[in-house]
Design a binder for this molecule. Structure first.
Ligand code: AMP
Length: 400
């Protein structure tokens, strides 16, 4: 059975087609600059990467082209071979607690929830509608970034502000990156030959966006992002959590309106804001090596906040069996992992520096009380798994 995983942005459409349940990737790629002057399609089949300029005007055109690509390369002989399409949706609010078959009602709900994710949810709806229009017989499944965190308890997800703000406006912690935190925690159990139901895990997603998640018995019990992905740790361009009182003070001092300040906190802070060089970890690390003081400071701030959250979540769960590193920085930077983990001897964390330098999957010493794992992020595979599980139980014909 073939399952397509889709991640639609306002001007992009990422796709990956899997054979299930073997989970082999048939094709993966992205349409970029949709709606702009020079849209491009980049895709990989059998390890061969192709990049082409394309003439498309919207997401529907991109889907037409994708279908043509699949048929002309004989990756499928008929559209009916694709049983389901899993769509990444950023914000499922308190309403969606798991992956869900999409119908008109669900599309309406995703649109309604756009007030919490104004950039992302409308783009997902564009992707969903494009595929529903072109491939009406495939089952459409929404996989929400927030759903995994719906298991948090009220004392964790509520902010200590007047309760009416939750009752009237649903202001609460939602958490994000849930699809990947879910995926890597399951992978950790598989790698350690254990059951996720018996484990306490801390998953560190360190990429351009950064979040840490405490996972107890397979369920998210706490996470660093909040009502929006601005909260928590320091990121590429996002500040993470700051004292909210600095917002009016910044407005007053710089005579900037609230949107301008929010833009500074979202787009000009983090690595970029402190280093003054770049939002990209590699650039900052390189500059730090050459003695750039603000780049060195940015790295120290990044690392100390990660240690702070890991410590908090160990206390929160009363222990930890495994710490996972994922995302572009977590998967690739031996320096970051070493700096974080070398200072946790009190927890019985013992990193194997040699394995760590080689970016091995398991990077702990045999007597380490806490297992240390490096697991590449793979949201697309998790989306395909969720869509596959649902389609196994229910075909689109039964659903309709
Ligand atoms: P992501 O958002 O998961 O794609 O991660 C992007 C971040 O990963 C950027 O800050 C990159 O600098 C960082 N990154 C990617 N490759 C490496 C690498 N080989 N070593 C260190 N950081 C990396």
């Amino acid at each position: 059975m073939k399952i397509m995983a889709i991640n639609a942005g306002s001007s992009s459409l990422k796709f990956q087609l899997f054979n299930m349940p073997s989970e082999t990737v048939i094709i993966k790629g992205i349409f970029e600059r949709i709606g702009f002057e020079t849209p491009e399609m980049i895709y990989t089949i059998d390890g061969k990467k192709t990049k082409e300029k394309v003439s498309i005007f919207n997401h529907g055109d991109a889907v037409d082209l994708l279908i043509h690509l699949l048929l002309s390369n004989h990756l499928i002989e008929d559209l009916s071979e694709i049983k389901a399409i899993g769509h990444r949706v950023a914000q499922g609010g308190s309403y969606f607690k798991s992956a869900t078959v999409i119908d008109d009602f669900v599309v309406g709900k995703i649109e309604e929830l756009a007030e919490f994710a104004p950039l992302h949810n409308p783009a997902s709806v564009q992707g969903i509608q494009a595929f529903m229009g072109k491939m009406p017989d495939a089952l459409s499944v929404a996989v929400f970034d927030t759903a995994f965190h719906q298991t948090m308890a009220p004392e964790t997800y509520l902010y200590p502000i007047p309760y009416e703000f939750f009752q009237k406006y649903n202001i609460r912690k939602f958490g994000f990156h849930g699809t990947n935190h879910h995926y890597v925690s399951k992978e950790a159990a598989r790698i350690l030959n254990s059951r996720i139901e018996n484990m306490k895990v801390i998953s560190c997603h360190l990429g351009n966006g950064v979040s840490i998640c405490a996972i107890d018995h397979g369920k998210s019990v706490n996470t660093s992002m909040g009502f929006t992905p601005l909260a928590g740790l320091m990121m590429g361009t996002r500040s993470g959590t700051v004292d909210p009182s600095i917002v009016p003070y910044m407005m007053e001092k710089t005579r900037t309106d609230i949107h301008g300040i929010l833009s500074i906190l979202n787009k000009k802070s983090g690595f970029l804001g402190i280093s003054g060089i770049s939002n990209d970890y590699r650039d900052v690390e390189e500059a730090a090596k050459w003695g750039h003081e603000r780049a060195q400071l940015a790295l120290k701030m990044f690392l100390s906040r990660i240690r702070e959250y890991i410590g908090a979540y160990v206390a929160f769960m009363d222990g930890v069996d495994a710490i996972i590193f994922t995302g572009g920085i977590g998967e690739n930077s031996a320096v970051v992992r070493n700096d974080i983990l070398s200072n946790m001897t009190y927890l019985g964390v013992r990193i194997d520096k040699d394995l760590n330098n080689r970016n091995a999957i398991s990077i702990h010493q045999p007597d380490s009380k806490v297992k240390l794992l490096v697991i590449p992020a793979n949201e697309e595979l998790m989306i395909a798994r969720e869509a596959w599980c649902i389609s196994e139980r229910q075909t689109v014909a039964e659903f309709k």
